[in-house]
Design a protein around this ligand. Structure first.
Ligand code: PLP
Length: 287
């Protein structure tokens, strides 16, 4: 973990990094966040993450705390000060500090901004991808605006804990129609028996994953057939392959669902190829 955090205009040692007890992010989850993967010290998929940050903030009527250009400089300075080359950058922006009241503050408050940087062991994550991971299913119980990347993640945290207790790495939410929406911190994909890539469409109540969006491009460029169409856990079990995407997982093969094997129970060639192609592209376009 990096040792230096950015809090409201200052770089401080993490042990001294504090937010106010009446920060609305802390009390009401009135805050949004973004996570960038870092490759060789550079931010992956910059455009997608900045665009989604601006959208999340606009949906909640929180102002962008600084220009995109200034924010890029601060993020990069946080990376530099932590001397992290391979890792993740976390940004959180809350509506700010105000006496507790559900409705917005009546006088203007400045958004609170926090940035942390953490290291990722790429060799370990490659080894994990080569083995594949298990997922468990869990009923969809989140609010109706999962397209906004808010810090209100309690259902996701509980789902992830369920996965961990089952020896799995991710939980897939299943909606009332029996369809997979997405993972607790990733988007869900299969390669069906026709070789078509399938992932849930963004009219559904899911986060519009930046990795998902980039991978749609990568897959089409690679000549694969892609459909933004839902699938059931049973279809995942009958599929050739399954995988998840996210800034943390990148492209990670899924080899079991609720303890039952997907395909032959090993990472598939399509997922492994897409992982390689995605990482190549992310490195080439990182800033
Ligand atoms: N879905 C959820 C619920 C997430 O929390 C995340 C990432 O944190 C994703 C999908 C993947 O999004 P991205 O590819 O932008 O990291």
């Amino acid at each position: 973990m990096g040792r230096i955090a950015y809090v409201n205009g200052r770089f401080v040692p993490k042990r001294d990094a504090m937010v106010h007890i009446e920060d609305r992010g802390y009390q009401l989850a009135d805050a949004v966040y973004e996570v960038w993967a870092l490759f060789d010290g550079l931010l992956a998929d910059p455009e997608g993450h900045f665009a989604r940050l601006e959208r999340s903030l606009a949906e909640l009527r929180i102002s962008m705390p600084m220009s995109r250009r200034a924010l890029t400089l601060v993020l990069k300075e946080a990376v530099r000060r932590n001397r992290v080359r391979e890792g993740l950058v976390y940004l959180q922006v809350s509506r700010g500090v105000a006496t507790r009241d559900h409705a917005f503050p009546t006088t203007p408050v400045a958004p609170s901004v926090v940035i942390t940087v953490s290291r990722v062991d790429r060799a370990a994550t490659e080894a994990r991808a080569a083995k594949g991971v298990g997922v468990v299913t869990t009923p969809e119980n989140r609010w109706g605006r999962c397209d906004i990347k808010t810090v209100g993640l309690l259902p996701n945290a509980l789902a992830k804990q369920k996965a961990r207790e089952a020896g799995a790495v991710e939980a897939w939410f299943i909606d009332d129609l029996g369809l997979v929406t997405e993972g607790a911190s990733s988007n869900a994909w299969i390669v069906d028996q026709d070789g078509t890539l399938r992932t849930r469409d963004t009219n559904a109540n899911i986060l519009r994953g930046v990795t998902r969006l980039s991978l749609l491009d990568v897959a089409r460029e690679a000549g694969l057939k892609v459909e933004e169409r839902p699938f059931t856990p049973d279809e995942a079990l009958k599929a050739k392959e399954a995988f998840i995407t996210g800034a943390g997982s990148l492209v990670l093969p899924v080899v079991s669902v609720d303890g039952k094997p997907v395909g032959d129970g090993a990472p598939g060639p399509v997922a492994m190829r897409l992982r390689r192609l995605y990482i190549e592209r992310a490195k080439a376009t990182a800033i």
